[in-house]
Design a protein around this ligand. Structure first.
Ligand code: GRF
Length: 194
């Protein structure tokens, strides 16, 4: 567990590239009275990311950054994170790979959510591969980010049954529903021992 001073809420920055349904779930959960965190900032590398509409809905500051020059952009992010007193970065469908230096600097302070039972099925097109391999179970994982893709320490997982008639789409939908629940739980587990 991470030591917190006093009873303060932790400040999150969420990084997205697409639909942002996990961002939405985190934002919704942050609005609950009992919530242990607050989202101060959302960052997207994609100005067309659908999830950006939730920034407006929840009055969360948004920044759109193009990653053409990764070093320059990451330095900009570092300044933004410090300005907004961010304690934790939550990657949620963020499709850019952060540099080794950036990850090292925020060791233990970056989480990601992945739609498989890691260490199985790292990378993309997870559901297609799970179905092709006739797996009985799949699921989702919240993990710390390390410099190796989808390989950092696992924080929380949720198992989901793969049915005979599941398609990549139906499985993704089923798993996404669980993702929306476990991200909040994973944060509470690390910071509040809940
Ligand atoms: C989720 O399945 C997440 O696990 C993966 O990308 C997807 C993002 O979905 N990393 P959304 O943008 O949060 O709706």
């Amino acid at each position: 567990m991470v030591e917190l001073i006093g009873n303060k809420k932790i400040n999150l920055a969420v990084f997205i590239s697409g639909k942002g349904s996990n961002f939405y779930a985190l934002a919704k959960s942050s609005m609950l009275k009992k919530s242990k965190f607050k989202i101060n900032l959302v960052i997207s590398n994609n100005r067309k990311a659908k999830g950006l509409i939730f920034a407006k809905k929840f009055k969360i500051k948004k920044k759109i950054l193009n990653f053409k020059n990764k070093n320059y952009t990451e330095n900009k992010i570092i300044k933004l994170l410090s300005k907004d007193k961010i304690d934790l970065i939550c990657l949620a469908g963020f499709m850019k790979i952060l540099s080794k230096n950036f990850i090292k600097r925020f060791k233990g302070k970056i989480m990601n959510i992945h739609p498989s039972l890691l260490p199985k099925y790292k990378g993309l097109n997870v559901h297609e591969r799970v179905i092709k391999n006739k797996e009985k179970y799949s699921g989702c994982t919240v993990h710390f980010v390390s410099s190796k893709l989808d390989s950092g320490k696992i924080i929380l997982q949720k198992k989901v049954k793969v049915l005979k008639n599941d398609t990549p789409k139906s499985l993704a939908k089923k798993i996404l529903k669980q993702e929306h629940l476990i991200y909040t739980k994973a944060i509470e587990k690390i910071y509040f021992n809940l």
